[in-house]
Design a protein around this ligand. Structure first.
Ligand code: MF3
Ligand code: CO
Length: 250
């Protein structure tokens, strides 16, 4: 069941989203060659706590850290550790914050030092796909149109859409209905939903340069592309309104 949020609830989610957005903007400043992902985790965790938020990933199904840091062929759920960022890496940072009982969730993928034009394009296409999906997330549109806008853009640019992980509804819980696939399937069309004002959605295209097959590493969290080709991930929490979507994680 998809729970629509009241204006009062959305107001709180805006505040949660603001903390997430600021954490990601700190990430852009501090994620440099030589910095460890553990250092990023500590810095962002402290920031969130200082703002009165709770880093909601920590403890979620036993997840050990406050953020996810996924490097290169890692798609999502990379665990911060002593690994140092290197010149030419691409780093996805994903963070979810609970604030006054409501959650906001967002992610960016950023270059560390110099990356090639091709890799820059992978990041650009993923972010564009997210923006197109947000444009499609308007009241009275269908959920599948959000998914389709992502798939169309990504595949038209020669990249693949990850199929094994999806976006999600969000609110009191980090994961609420509906699931938001980044591609269109028969199942999605069968269970399609009309978007209504007040639905809060975490839209998160995960795309890759090679094939879309995934694998989970031995740590039981980190998801990588099977062919070990590069992957990018962008996410915003939005709320559906009568005249388009409002991004909460800004
Ligand atoms: N944005 C991701 C998601 O929606 C992050 C969850 S990471 C976890 O699933 F550690 F909390 F699982
Ligand atoms: Co999410």
């Amino acid at each position: 069941m998809i729970v629509c949020k009241s204006e009062r609830e959305i107001e709180i989610m805006r505040e949660a989203g603001g903390i997430v957005a600021e954490a990601l903007s700190i990430t852009k400043e501090i994620a440099k060659e030589g910095v460890t992902t553990e250092e990023l985790n500590t810095r962002l965790e402290n920031y969130v706590l200082q703002k009165g938020g709770i880093p909601v990933f920590k403890g979620y199904r036993g997840y050990p850290k406050s953020i996810c840091t996924s490097i290169n062929e890692e798609i999502v759920h990379g665990i911060p550790d002593q690994r140092k960022l290197r010149d030419g890496d691409i780093l996805s940072v994903d963070i979810g914050v609970e604030y006054r009982k409501y959650v906001a969730d967002a992610a960016i993928t950023i270059p560390i030092g110099e990356i090639s034009e091709e890799v820059e394009n992978l990041l650009k296409v993923c972010e564009e796909a997210l923006n197109k999906a947000i444009e499609a997330a308007c009241a009275n549109n269908k959920l599948s149109e959000v998914s389709r806008s992502i798939q169309n853009h990504v595949e038209s640019q020669g990249f693949s859409v990850i199929r094994d992980y999806t976006g999600h509804g969000i609110g009191r819980q980090m994961h609420e209905d509906p699931q938001i696939p980044n591609f269109v399937s028969k199942e999605l069309l069968r269970a399609d939903e009309i978007l209504l004002q007040g639905m809060a959605l975490a839209i998160e295209p995960m795309i890759c340069a090679g094939e879309y097959d995934t694998e989970v590493l031995g740590n039981r969290w980190t998801v990588v592309t099977k062919d070990r080709k590069l992957s990018a991930h962008f996410e915003h929490t939005i709320v559906v309104t009568e005249n388009g979507a409002e991004i909460l994680t800004v």
